[in-house]
Design a protein around this ligand. Structure first.
Ligand code: BGC
Length: 370
C-alpha cells in the first residue's frame, strides 16, 4: 500500500513509500481493528517534521509515515473486538502507552517518560496511508451525522483536554464562574478553541497576526459571536482596556513571547492554558516582578497541556455534534483545502507551507471517499 513518509531530522524529504498492508493479527489478543483511511489532515506539526525540526522514525526504520489527524472506516476486526463492526467510522487517538504509571492506566497524554510514542510524529508510523491497524482501545466511534467534519476531531481533542483540565484545576475554588475567554492564535486550533469556549457560553475574544480586513478566519469568528483583533493593531495590554481582564486564556500561536503578555492579561483567579509546542530558542524580556506579583496576589494560574486521551476525543465528538446544532455548517467552512490521493502530497505541503497566501485553514487528504 501507499503511504506518505519523511526521513526525520532532514529537511524536505516528504515522499511516497510502498509498505505492506497491515493485518488485524499485527495487534495482540485479538484486539486488532483494520481501518481503511478516508481522510488525513495536515498541520503545523507535519510541516515542522518535514522541515527536519521534529519527529522520530520507528525503531528499525529510516523513515516515518506522517499523519495524526485522521478519519477511517473499519474493514475487519479481531475476535476480541466487540465494540466495533465492519463499516463503522472511527478516529484513532495519537499517543500510545510508554512505561510511566500514567501510560499504564490509559493516560499516556500525561506520561512522565521523556521518550513518548505518537503515531505520525514520534517512534510510530502515522495515518497518511491507505490502511492502518490499531487496537480497539485507541479508536473512537464517529456518529454518521458528523462524518464530514470528523477529521477535525484530533485537533479538537487537544482543546477539550486543555479546557476540561482548566475546569478540573479550578476546583481549587468552591466556585468559579468564568465569563470571558481570550484565545491567542486563530489558525485551526485557535478557531476550534474559540468555538469550544462559545459552546460553553463564554464571551470570546480571539487574537491573530493578520489584519481584520479580508481575513476569512475573522469572519468565521464573528459568525459564532466571537470578536477578532489583530495583535499588529492592538497590544495585548490595550485589549484588556477594551475588553477587561480574561477569566480564561488559551494560547496557541506558536509564538512564545505572547504567553508572557497573556500572563499580564489574566483576571484574578483566572487560568492561562499554554498549548504551543515551540521548538525554537526565542528569548524575550519580561516585567518579572510585576507578573510574579500579579500571579501571587491574584491567585492566578498557568499550566501547559499536550496531546489528549480517549475521554477528550469523546468530549470532542459531543462538541462536534453540539456545534452542528448551534452553528450548523460552520465547521465545514474550516475545511478549506481538500487534496485527493496520497500521491498528491506535494500539493498538500505546498498549501501547508504557504498557508496564509493560500488562505488555508485545514488542508487534508481525501484518501478514499466517505
Ligand atoms: C498533536 C498532538 C501531539 C503534539 C506533540 C500535535 O500536533 O496534535 O497529538 O501530542 O503535536 O507532538
Amino acid at each position: 500500500m501507499k503511504a506518505v513518509a519523511v526521513t526525520p531530522k532532514q529537511a524536505n524529504t516528504v515522499r511516497l513509500v510502498e509498505m505492506d498492508k497491515p493485518k488485524v493479527s499485527d495487534i495482540p489478543n485479538g484486539r486488532g481493528v483494520l481501518v481503511e483511511v478516508l481522510r488525513v489532515g495536515a498541520c503545523g506539526t507535519d510541516r515542522e517534521i518535514n522541515n527536519g525540526e521534529y519527529g522520530i522514525a520507528p525503531e528499525g526504520f529510516d523513515f516515518l509515515v506522517l499523519g495524526h489527524e485522521n478519519l477511517g472506516r473499519v474493514v475487519e476486526t479481531g475476535e476480541n473486538v466487540k465494540e466495533f463492526q465492519k463499516g463503522d467510522f472511527v478516529v484513532a487517538s495519537v499517543r500510545r502507552p510508554g512505561h510511566s504509571i500514567y501510560d499504564l492506566i490509559g493516560e499516556q497524554d500525561m506520561t512522565t517518560d521523556d521518550d513518548y510514542f505518537e503515531r505520525g510524529i514520534s517512534r510510530l508510523h502515522g495515518y497518511m496511508a491507505e490502511f492502518y491497524v490499531e487496537s480497539a482501545d485507541w479508536l473512537v466511534k464517529i456518529p454518521p451525522a458528523i462524518l464530514e467534519i470528523a477529521v477535525l476531531l484530533e485537533p479538537l481533542s487537544i482543546i477539550e483536554k486543555g479546557i476540561s483540565q482548566a475546569f478540573e484545576i479550578q476546583e481549587r475554588m468552591k466556585i468559579w464562574r468564568p465569563k470571558t475567554a481570550a484565545v491567542f492564535g486563530t489558525g485551526t486550533v485557535g478557531l476550534l478553541t474559540s468555538l469550544a469556549f462559545r459552546l460553553r457560553g463564554f464571551e470570546v475574544h480571539a487574537f491573530g497576526k493578520d489584519k481584520r480586513e479580508g481575513y476569512f478566519n475573522a469572519d468565521l469568528l464573528e459568525e459564532i459571536g466571537a470578536t477578532y483583533d489583530s495583535t499588529m493593531e492592538i497590544s495585548v495590554a490595550d485589549s484588556v482596556k477594551k475588553y477587561g481582564e480574561y477569566d480564561a486564556i488559551f494560547e496557541c500561536t506558536g509564538y512564545s513571547p505572547i504567553a508572557f503578555q497573556a500572563m499580564e492579561a489574566l483576571n484574578q483567579n483566572g487560568v492561562l492554558i499554554l498549548s504551543s509546542v515551540t521548538g525554537g530558542d526565542r528569548k524575550t524580556e519580561v516585567p518579572a516582578d510585576k507578573i510574579n506579583q500579579q500571579f501571587v496576589l491574584g491567585n492566578r494560574l498557568m499550566f501547559g497541556t499536550v496531546n489528549a486521551n480517549r475521554e477528550h476525543f469523546e468530549m470532542g465528538v459531543k462538541d462536534l455534534a453540539l456545534s452542528e446544532a448551534m452553528y450548523q455548517g460552520w465547521l465545514k467552512k474550516m475545511l478549506t483545502h481538500k487534496v485527493e490521493g496520497l500521491e498528491n502530497f506535494g500539493k498538500v505541503f505546498d498549501i501547508l507551507n504557504n498557508a496564509a497566501a493560500n488562505k488555508a485553514i485545514k488542508v487534508y487528504f481525501e484518501v478514499n471517499k466517505i
